[in-house]
Design a protein around this ligand. Structure first.
Ligand code: BGC
Length: 538
């Protein structure tokens, strides 16, 4: 097995993890001071949200320099020192690569916009206004409004699939491919172990830039509350053009040339399993892993199971699944499933089992190991551009239009002031820090202890690391499956409901459980408490 198949990855939203200098923003020295914590939790690799210089209009997903570290997070030495310290512990470090767009402050764009004849003009997507004026086509930005912005100085529009200050790179220009390959090599040469590749679907659009057709299934009319001009279109031409596959294979060839086996994890806003599966090519020539949106958007445990199994069915042979439930773009897992911001430790533990026990590389979002819920944020403190978009359109699906800030709030280290995250003013509110590391580490019954137990179990049991996944017949209320390796076999039952139920576990003994002690016998038909998880060996 490759390291990225047997690893559990921990996703650090650096800005909110640990602040070392009291400016209210998490940073690399702060993160480096918590390596013992990460070892105790037993994760194998870190993926860092973007740490490059950025005006932070989209909190780092607007990169102004790919080959440097934003001073608010530390220095290049801090980053390379972190990589070295992780390597000494047998762990890996992944960065977030944002290839589809830069910040408008990036030198490439500054030069590009300076004149129609500029050297990097064609590194971005520039077009004349439509005949009679206006944007070249009807494409809409993900963050609201037209995806085109008129640049008065040169009289042409540029494409921005996200914010006006995030111009899209033109990946049809081989110079752009070379430049981004250069960025990848820059980090791989310095020992970085791979990348989570952002917004892959945006890399290739229709070469003729045709307008999208209307979405026949969309019911709202312009002017109605919640109307979304982007959802009113079928997104046929503005992303995910077939020409993307050569690019992906090119990236894979690049990383394959390195001996330390760097990994590429695709982030792609695609819900259809068959389209998602194409990211893996023939199973060995494209992405190694991918973030599967049906999992990050599932609103309940039964949906998690259905999404997990649809992923297994879709992947080409040779491809390896990764399981991701939470991240910086979606509500915290318990909040998404409950539809509120209350904590729910039993639900958090069942969700942890759904993430860490089926087959695949799990990616744990920081704070999920505490069962952190999303944090309610007063309107005046919202900073995410998605919150602004939601408020503009009065989106009924985002109560209060709170966008993504609620799942990006500071880590809760202690119950003391500012949850021990910072000595200054935190960049986002702390929320209720009752669920904190200090309190939970000393408590065998806590969500943290359950995560640590399951992560340790993944190291101990080949069945969990590499075993086949075999779904077993049971009532729809119970997720019952086996993990089967050559010389190791475990059975897992998760009660997906808040009612007691019976599961046909088969006789055996408990290996770990939310409600039972290791070694306890289990009977052929076992009654499970609400949301109970039990792992059994025969
Ligand atoms: C990232 C988002 C970001 C967007 C634009 C993504 O999918 O995860 O946080 O806003 O790409 O870069």
């Amino acid at each position: 097995m490759k390291w990225w198949q047997r690893s559990a990855v921990y996703h650090v939203y650096v800005r909110s993890f640990r602040d070392s200098n009291g400016d209210g923003i998490g940073d690399l020295p702060g993160l480096a001071s918590e390596l013992d914590y990460l070892s105790d939790l037993d994760v194998d690799a870190l993926w860092l949200s973007p740490i490059h210089p950025s005006p932070n209009d989209d909190f780092g997903y607007d990169v102004a320099d790919y080959e440097a570290v934003h001073p608010e997070y530390g220095s290049l030495d801090d980053l390379l020192g972190l990589a070295e310290a992780l390597h000494e512990r047998g762990k890996r470090l992944l960065l977030d690569l944002v290839p589809s767009h830069t910040s408008s402050e990036h030198a490439w764009f500054q030069e590009s916009r300076s004149a129609r004849t500029a050297r990097t003009r064609d590194w971005y997507v520039w077009r004349d206004p439509a005949p009679g004026g206006g944007p070249p086509n009807n494409w809409q930005s993900v963050f609201g409004g037209s995806a085109w912005e008129l640049d008065d100085a040169t009289g042409q529009y540029y494409l921005h699939s996200y914010l006006v200050t995030q111009p899209d790179l033109n990946w049809r220009n081989p110079e752009v491919v070379d430049a981004m390959h250069g960025v990848m090599r820059y980090w791989l040469d310095r020992g970085i172990d791979g990348f989570r590749v952002d917004a892959v679907q945006q890399l290739m659009k229709d070469p003729e830039l045709r307008s999208n057709p209307p979405n026949a299934a969309y019911r709202l009319m312009p002017g109605e509350p919640g109307y979304d001009a982007r959802r009113a279109q079928e997104l046929r031409h503005c992303h995910f053009h077939e020409d993307i596959w050569d690019l992906v294979r090119g990236m894979r060839r690049l990383v394959d040339a390195y001996e330390h086996d760097p990994v590429l994890i695709a982030e792609v806003a695609i819900f259809e399993p068959e389209r998602f599966a194409r990211l893996f090519g023939d199973g060995s020539d494209s992405f190694h892993l991918g973030i599967y949106f049906p999992l990050t958007h599932a609103k309940g445990l039964a949906e998690m199971r259905a999404a997990t199994e649809s992923l297994y069915r879709a992947l080409p042979s040779g491809a390896w699944p990764s399981l991701v439930h939470g991240n910086h773009d979606v509500p915290r897992v318990v909040s998404r499933m409950r539809g509120d911001t209350d904590g729910d430790d039993a639900l958090a533990k069942a969700a942890a089992a759904a993430l860490l026990l089926p087959r695949g590389t799990p990616i744990v979002y920081y704070g999920e190991e505490l069962g952190m819920p999303s944090v309610r944020i007063p309107d005046a403190r919202l900073v995410d551009p998605v919150a602004a978009r939601n408020r503009r359109r009065g989106d009924p699906e985002s109560p209060g239009g709170h966008g993504r800030d609620p799942s990006r709030t500071p880590m809760h280290w202690t119950g003391a002031a500012n949850a021990g995250f910072t000595t200054g003013d935190p960049w986002l509110p702390i929320g209720d820090a009752t669920r904190n590391v200090e309190a939970q580490r000393g408590d065998d019954g806590s969500v943290w202890s359950w995560y640590a137990l399951l992560l340790a179990l993944r190291h101990e049991r080949t069945a969990l690391r590499s075993g086949r996944y075999v779904a077993l017949e049971s009532s729809p209320d119970v997720w019952l499956f086996d993990r089967i390796a050559a010389r190791d076999e475990l059975r897992v039952a998760i009660n997906l409901t808040r009612d007691p139920t019976i599961a046909p576990l088969g006789a055996g003994h408990v290996v770990a459980g939310t409600h039972r002690a290791p070694g306890d016998p289990v009977e052929a038909a076992t009654s499970l408490a609400p949301l109970e998880v039990v792992i059994v060996a025969s």
